[in-house]
Ligand binder design. Structure first.
Ligand SMILES: Cc1ncc(COP(=O)(O)O)c(C=O)c1O
Length: 405
């Protein structure tokens, strides 16, 4: 088959592939524990369900404006005022098929061939592929000191004449690390001075722990939005546990947003109408679901941290937010893909190799499932790797004895 050059250079999403593998094993009756997931397990907020059902019941599900229905844009404007203390107009907002599409359309709008986009490593698996899809060159930056947050100087050192944009994702997938206020301030000021796009991927910014709050980028700029190259990406997927609805958005200057709407209109004609109404329900409805999810995730994180700390040889940094942590397992196996495969084969635990996030030796473990998933998943991993763990392990009905180590 003759596929395009582009198709041959783009890798499939490792995380979506793992979901598929886990589902196939489960279908075969294998007692799989999925610590590789990227979605909270709470139910869709009731106001989203009501709004969505109401529109479905009319039987009149039609095209919408390509950049989103006015009610959704209005809800996003209000959300931005409440959570970012920033007044924007509907013309600064585009609703897309998930934060992913908002980001993808944005990259199409800003990148010319071979222009570079800088982002810190570890990074969300999709950034490099999305940048390549838009014709650009991904430039991941790893901190010299081995931490999850490269310094301002390290990022700035990578900026050259081809640099078009910088993406920051805080709190971060996969590490859960949140960048400091000072770092965000420096980045906002630097990008403004150099006229670079600064893309804030804020998809996890409400899922933050230990009474911390995510810094708000708008705090550090006085530039009117119409003169600004600061773009905020967010959506309902994570905070409202609405991954399946596929609604995200971007906030930027009018000209940029209009160009994004044009591209989106040619790609998909805009997000699905029932999903948009569901998002309106979520954003305008009772908000306790977000806090309740945040509290659950904080508790889950604590349980996961306790288990990991009792693990000989694993180095773990406490996540500030998200529902991921990113421990260093290199004392056991340096190659994270082999380690992840080994854990799936031996003890049926799904993890995501750090290599996919540009950070070898680590595994991404999710704590968005149940406490049982976390404790049993980590017990199994411990049994598979840590010589100080119990000798026997039950995998469903099967009893495993540590002979093969
Ligand atoms: C950092 C980051 N940005 C964006 C997205 C995309 O979110 P959505 O499901 O709204 O497309 C994800 C999803 O995993 C993510 O982790």
């Amino acid at each position: 088959m003759s596929l395009s050059q582009l198709a041959r250079t783009i890798r499939e999403s490792a995380t979506l592939k793992l979901n598929e593998t886990a589902a196939l094993l489960r279908e075969k009756g294998e007692p799989v524990i999925h610590l590789g997931g990227g979605e909270p397990k709470s139910k869709t907020p009731i106001d989203a369900v009501i709004n969505c059902s109401a529109v479905l019941n009319t039987g009149e599900i039609r095209y919408t404006p390509p950049d989103g229905i006015p009610a959704l844009k209005k809800a996003i404007v209000r959300y931005t005022e409440e959570h970012y203390q920033k007044l924007v107009s509907a013309k600064n907002v585009i609703a897309s098929g998930g934060a992913k599409q908002a980001l993808m359309v944005l990259l199409h709008v800003i990148l010319d061939p071979k222009e570079e986009v800088i982002f810190p490593a570890p990074y969300w698996v999709s950034y490099p592929e999305m940048i390549k899809l838009a014709g650009g060159i991904p430039v991941p930056i790893t901190a010299e000191d081995g931490t999850f947050c490269p310094s301002f100087d390290e990022i700035v050192a990578a900026v050259g004449s081809y640099t078009k944009a910088i993406i920051l994702n805080s709190p971060n997938n996969p590490s859960g690390a949140m960048y400091s206020r000072d770092f965000i301030r420096e980045m906002v000021e630097f990008c403004e001075k150099k006229s670079l796009y600064l893309i804030m991927d804020d998809i996890y910014n409400r899922l933050v722990f230990d009474a911390k709050t995510a810094p708000i980028c708008y705090e550090f700029t006085k530039a009117p939005i119409e003169e600004s190259k600061l773009v905020v990406i967010n959506g309902v997927s994570k905070s409202y546990a609405m991954t399946g609805f596929r609604i995200g958005w971007a906030i930027g200057n009018k000209q940029l947003v209009a160009a994004m709407a044009t591209i989106q209109s040619q790609q998909t004609s805009g997000p699905a109408s029932p999903s948009q109404w569901a998002a309106v329900g979520a954003l305008n409805g009772v908000q306790s679901c977000v806090e309740s999810l945040r509290v659950t995730l904080e508790n889950n994180r604590n349980v996961m941290m306790d288990r990991l700390r009792a693990f000989t040889g694993v180095k773990v940094t406490k996540p500030d937010g998200t529902f991921y942590c990113f421990p260093d397992f290199s004392a056991y196996m340096k190659n994270s893909q082999e380690l992840s495969r080994f854990l799936l084969d031996k003890v049926r635990v799904v993890t995501v190799p750090g290599k996919e996030f540009g950070f070898e030796g680590h595994l991404r473990l999710s704590y968005c499932g149940t406490i049982r998933d976390i404790t049993e998943g980590l017990d199994r991993i411990k049994w598979a790797l840590d010589p100080n763990s119990a000798n026997e392990l039950f995998l469903g009905e099967r009893k495993l004895v540590r002979e093969w180590l």
